[in-house]
Design a protein around this ligand. Sequence first.
Ligand code: DAH
Length: 341
Amino acid sequence: MIREQLEKIKNQALSELISAENEAALEELRVKVLGKKSELSSVLRGMGQLSAEERPVVGALANEVRAAVENALAERREIIMKKIGDAKLAAERIDVTMPGKAQRRGNRHPLGIVEYEMAEIFRTMGFDIVEGPEVEYDYYNFQALNIPENHPARDTQDTFYITDNILLRSQTSGVQVHVMEQTPPPIRIVSPGRVYRSDAVDATHSPNFHQMEGLVIDKGITMGDLRGQLLMFAQRMFGEDTKIRFRPHHFPFTEPSAEVDISCFACGGKGCRICKGEGWIEILGCGMVHPNVLQMSGIDPEIYTGFAFGVGIERVTLFRYAIDDMRLLYENDVRFLRQFR
Ligand code: DAH
């Protein structure tokens, strides 16, 4: 009797299983057939009334039924999962032969490209790259660079004042002072960044532009080191055949000071449109750091010497790409900017 009952339970479960179409239906069936309140459980509970010989036989049969139902449930579950997966794949099918939407690739601004290349040249020569504040104290922008109040050099760098002693920096040279105050020598840094001057916009002027400052301080640094360093830079930036030329100049924070020209990379020095027939192009100011500047920043000029330089990034960019009007760099006309990849 019990055998038939068990057999019936199994057959019924297996036939109901086939119509289960999802996981919830399967679970319901599992509880119904194998759960505590199931017919199978009540059969098992009734086993106490069986004789000692019958009990193990029926017990084994009950276990068989349970195992068969569990297996069938697992199989059915796999079939259902596969069906769901297949349906999902079919629904999300992508036609890979459809024409794609062209992705427009962005590119860096030419100034960013040149700034990066310049910094990279110095970085590979062992310079650290540091940044300084664009909003600056008069002290860092002028006084600590040996440009006291009322010094005529201030007139050539008229800038935007926020208060009497806070201004938008007119040059990156102030970063020299921050670095010297914070770092004991040896120092080897470049510092690219934005600077401001109260200039009217034209083909070669803009109220804000970019410079890269360089500073090297150690024992025994000479003008020969400066020259070698700048020659290396010029040749990496503009080509191996580039020559440089020092012209004496005056900057309050260096002594001696010079302006540096590079041989025109377009004509090699013969004279052309880009160098305006000169054969040379001015690219930076430099010099040996003035002892007063070292002293004010807490570095003993009897022990240390150093050189500094300041390059206009716009200038380098204009020459590099033979652009003849600086305004093009700021107008954000993508037809222009897209050319620099
Ligand atoms: N700060 C100068 C300028 O804006 C450029 C310059 C000249 C920087 C000589 C220097 C330097 O560090 O030594 O015109």
